[in-house]
Design a protein. Structure first.
Lengths: 217, 217
């Protein structure tokens, strides 16, 4: 499959690298084409990897991954172009973390709205699925690096899109039973607000490589 | 120990009942003395149980538990009286859930502030410890009802108060290693915002009797 990955940072590079390793053709998109991180990624990812602008990546992808910093996601997706996202599954991995007041960050949108909803409203013809935003990049693509059972949450308004994303997540190593569908895209509020706990657990746990297991009584 | 439990609902009754069963003397406080739920609780809880107003319960307790509905906690604590809370450990169990727009609830305070912080600011001489707000009442007092490892979070500005609350939680059945101290009271933001995920997991899990286990990679 051709995948457009928006974002050239750690999350974008990790996801794009995993997708290439699984045999997909991946175009990484940035604010401008030819940026240093994207070119370095292409050089080491090898066959199947390419880079360009947000619009280039969106045009290339049959499926699009938003791995931009959440504070800039709406701008990045506007640059990608609504017409290049229309009808496509858009996996929103971003968290609207605002570091402007230092650590721990706040959320730039929360409680009565979410980034996932903002993206869906801005791009009503895209099939937005919120996923993967609750774990660090290395865990996204190697769930077995956290031992035992633990879960991912997904949500979105398009059931077929969520099914397609679930298959993709399973190819990353997430067992089907570990993927908890919370319902429509408004549930992105829960997935994003959990980050307020996650950023605090980061210090207690001693690093980002952790996840939660929902234990039922 | 003499404990004042503010709140006559399910959470207050469950915590007060557990405290009596552990040998503590408990006065349950409500908006008015002699309310039906409080009287019924006293009748069945037996020796060691009494009820009165918020102020009565606060005056009685060496340690105070805020188990009121979060939207009304500041009002309840004002009625309890700052002078009756001063110097005492105040365990804040409440969540500022706003059901006015239906399910799932939003939070009446979030992101850049929290109920725990509001309470500490309103009562600077109380020693506020946020705890127990991330599990349903029955799990608060019977952690073994959820099998295997799972955690509670606590936070507060007073280390000695947190140590005292930890001992109390251990008497409820929480293993010491399951109590994760997130730091100062501002971390109540994380503990309360997690509720936005919790209320959504409620539907997926099929009931409130669940908790999360933080799994480390």
């Amino acid at each position: 499959m051709q995948v457009g990955v928006l974002g050239t940072g750690n999350v974008g590079q990790t996801l794009a690298g995993k997708l290439v390793s699984l045999g997909h053709d991946v175009r990484m998109g940035g604010r401008e084409a030819g940026g240093e991180p994207a070119r370095a990624w292409v050089a080491q990812a090898g066959s199947g990897a390419s880079e360009g602008t947000f619009a280039d990546a969106a045009a290339f992808g049959e499926l699009i991954v938003n791995a931009t910093a959440g504070m800039h996601s709406l701008e990045a997706l506007a640059a990608a172009g609504a017409e290049r996202l229309a009808g496509k599954v858009l996996v929103d991995v971003a968290n609207p973390l605002d570091f402007s007041a230092g650590m721990p960050p706040t959320l730039s949108v929360a409680n009565t709205d979410s980034l996932g909803e903002q993206i869906q409203r801005a791009h009503p013809d895209a099939r937005v699925v919120k996923a993967l935003n609750t774990v660090t990049a290395s865990v996204m693509v190697a769930p077995e690096s956290v031992p035992g059972e633990h879960e991912l949450f997904i949500c979105g308004d398009d059931a077929a899109a969520k099914a397609q994303v679930s298959v993709l997540l399973e190819s990353f190593g997430w067992p089907a039973a570990s993927i908890l569908d919370l319902g429509g895209i408004a549930n992105a509020r829960g997935m994003e607000m959990y980050l307020a706990l996650w950023v605090r657990l980061l210090g207690v746990v001693g690093g980002p490589r952790f996840n939660v297991h929902v234990v039922r009584g």
